[in-house]
Design a binder for this molecule. Structure first.
Ligand code: FAD
Length: 450
């Protein structure tokens, strides 16, 4: 089995011990897993270290990838936890369905989508992925298979959605797909001059569109500070598919260059060009699902461009009433630190609540920034971003993060102890060791040691 599994940010230490699902199941069923021993690994698309277990063993779920059943009448899909979102889309798309929630990459597993309760560009309409899960089967280290749903083993169900993989091994799940006339999207791109203009139009864009997200030219300063593009759309109504399906050829970044290619001069050029080029035609046009939802999937291993030290992603959510000031402040802090973020995305989260205990989305605005890892300089910037987020009453996303402090985690998720209480004693991650287990009220024996 391949060793040295890593997260997408390439920052955390690799997890060298890896077993397959059959061996994982055998150990759990036989109650032989041990304390703080294992963690499921989906496809490693989390940027941070929540999918890593450097001191223990990873159960690589990718070989459990069968789609067991799909009912084109009801839209109910049943699949093993290692099933890839890309395969699910390939199956249900031609039958007039689409996953109700998709993140910015289709290369994630069903188990990973549930454990992180992922969100997409339509949070304002559909909430999070977990809201569409009808049931799941979970194997815990007591050797018992639990069927969990909104009516059965409810507490375990709620803890597993957004539970960061800590409640046990998800083996399979049933998820309700969304009926669509076409998987293509009628996309409309419009420019906004500054953040104030974005905040003026964001809610209306959500009201009118299934999907809406903003891209920010993060390095623009002065009067252009906060300018960007609002990218919105609805599923196309005609069945006629868009010409050129999007991303058939996937160039590959074959190796990690010795330094980050994503530097400030590159970003200045890229951002400026993107702003003027992409925003040049405000008329609606049809985009394939691949180009609308997953443009980054077009280049394999693009994270390698960040060089040997990898990248950090900082995703915050700021309550609505504080957002105008705090989002501007977050952008200013990043700019003043001399750091350019390749992908700066701003999105309004709606009011829909998730069934998950530790779900990240909450009403407000979420800002995502990517930075090459330049050591202490970057860490210091990230701490400052945390500080602005905390002062505004916001939260930092745990599965995008490979360095947030225990204190910031606890402030972001005051209910974390409820997850700790339902955590399977055999399951732990590098993230949990680094955060929850260092908090004074944790009951874990590792806390005392660490
Ligand atoms: C380009 C890109 C864009 C992205 N855009 C978004 C976005 O828009 N919105 C968003 O929410 N996220 C986004 N993400 C993050 C990504 O969607 C999530 O991190 C996702 O959960 C990764 O799934 P994975 O299958 O790779 O799981 P991993 O990253 O391998 O694991 C994620 C978590 O799931 C747990 N897990 C995995 N399988 C199981 C299982 N069978 N049983 C129990 N626990 C399990 C792991 O232990 C871990 O805690 C993006 C990532 C990338 C690379």
């Amino acid at each position: 089995m391949a060793a040295h599994m890593q997260s997408f940010g390439l920052v955390g230490g690799p997890s060298p011990q890896v077993i397959d699902p059959a061996e994982g199941e055998r150990r759990l069923r036989g109650r032989q897993a041990g304390i703080n021993a294992v963690l499921a690994y989906g496809n490693g698309r989390s940027y941070g270290d929540s999918c890593l277990n450097g001191l223990g063993t990873l159960i690589d779920m990718r070989s459990r990838s069968q789609i067991i059943d799909f009912d084109p009448q009801s839209g109910l899909l049943k699949a093993e936890a290692g099933a890839m979102l890309s395969d699910i889309i390939a199956l249900v798309g031609p039958q007039g369905f689409f996953p109700p929630v998709v993140p910015g990459t289709r290369f994630i597993t069903l188990g990973g989508a549930i454990a992180n309760d992922v969100h997409g560009k339509n949070h304002h309409r559909r909430g999070t992925f977990g809201g569409h899960v009808e049931s799941l089967t979970l194997l815990r280290s007591d050797g018992v298979y639990y069927r969990c749903s909104p009516t059965q083993n409810v507490e375990l169900f709620r803890a597993t959605i957004g539970g960061l993989g800590l409640t046990g091994l998800i083996l399979s799940a049933e998820v309700r797909m969304m009926k669509v006339a076409s998987t293509d999207v009628d996309e409309r791109v419009s420019r906004f001059r500054d953040l104030a203009e974005y905040f003026d139009i964001a809610q209306a864009a959500d009201d009118e569109n299934e999907y809406a997200v903003a891209w920010i030219d993060q390095l623009a300063s002065g009067r252009s500070a906060g300018r960007g593009l609002l990218i919105a759309g609805n599923h196309a109504t005609g069945r006629e598919p868009v010409k050129g399906r999007g991303l058939p050829f996937r160039p590959l970044v074959p190796f990690r260059p010795p330094f980050s290619v994503i530097g400030r001069p590159f970003l200045r050029l890229f951002n400026g060009a993107y702003y003027w080029r992409k925003g040049a035609s405000p008329d609606p046009h049809r985009a394939s699902a691949d180009t609308f939802f997953f443009p980054l999937d077009g280049v394999s291993h693009w994270n390698r461009l960040y060089g040997p030290r990898g990248l950090f992603q900082h995703q915050s959510v700021i309550p609505t009433e504080a957002a105008r000031t705090a989002v501007a402040e977050l952008l200013r802090v990043a700019r003043d630190a001399g750091e350019g973020s390749f992908l700066t995305v701003l999105k309004r989260f709606g009011e829909m609540t998730s069934p998950g205990l530790l779900s990240f989305p909450r009403p407000g605005y979420t800002l995502t920034l990517d930075f090459p890892n330049r050591g202490e300089k970057t860490l210091s910037l990230l701490r400052e971003l945390d500080h602005v987020t905390m002062a505004a009453g916001g939260a930092v996303n745990p599965y995008k993060d490979a360095r947030m402090s225990a204190k910031v985690f606890a402030a972001s998720f005051p209910g974390w102890q409820q997850l700790e209480a339902r955590r399977d004693p055999a399951f732990v991650s590098d993230f949990w060791r680094r955060t929850a287990m260092r908090l004074p009220t944790s009951t874990s024996p590792v806390l005392m040691a660490g």
